[in-house]
Ligand binder design. Sequence first.
Ligand code: VGL
Ligand code: ZN
Length: 182
Amino acid sequence: MRGLLVVDVQNDFCPGGALAVPEGDKVVPVINKLMDGFPVVVASKDWHPQETVHFQKWPVHCVHNTNGADFHPEIVSTKIEQVFLKGTGNKDDGYSAFEATNLDLAQYLRQKGVDELYVTGLATDYCVRASAIDAAKKGFKTCVVTDAIAAVNVHPGDDKKALEDMKKQGVELLSSKEVTNL
Ligand code: VGL
Ligand code: ZN
């Protein structure tokens, strides 16, 4: 069975946010459309404490229970059956949704009968990359939806490098159109 993972589509990663991904909000309508085709839709949230080593590398963002950590207002969150919170400690980055601390994502998906995971969201070169590679390593057939992701690109080309890394780890890359027609 197919599951959709929506990674970190939160205000702070969208234009105007504390760690805005260029055009981060362009993924929202694509993800909303994809949701209808999936029996299981889950999401992750970057969910940091006020002080963490993570903020030595990044501007303060997605502090738990703040507006910046909320989902983008146009994401149809009623379709998301469970949210996985990550980066919750003060000593870890928690880039992968499989590092969530409130619930075990891999266990949850297996329990639901999901063996194929479609990964979307923000950001291509950090949390999408880490989550997709973890999913593949954990034995899920894993696909990243190329028009449902956007990159931070701290260094130009990080997005392309991330896509290459994911492919090397056995992650398939498909457009939302291809996914819808599967
Ligand atoms: C992310 C940088 C810092 C992400 C999270 O969601 O990709 N990137 N924290
Ligand atoms: Zn973060």
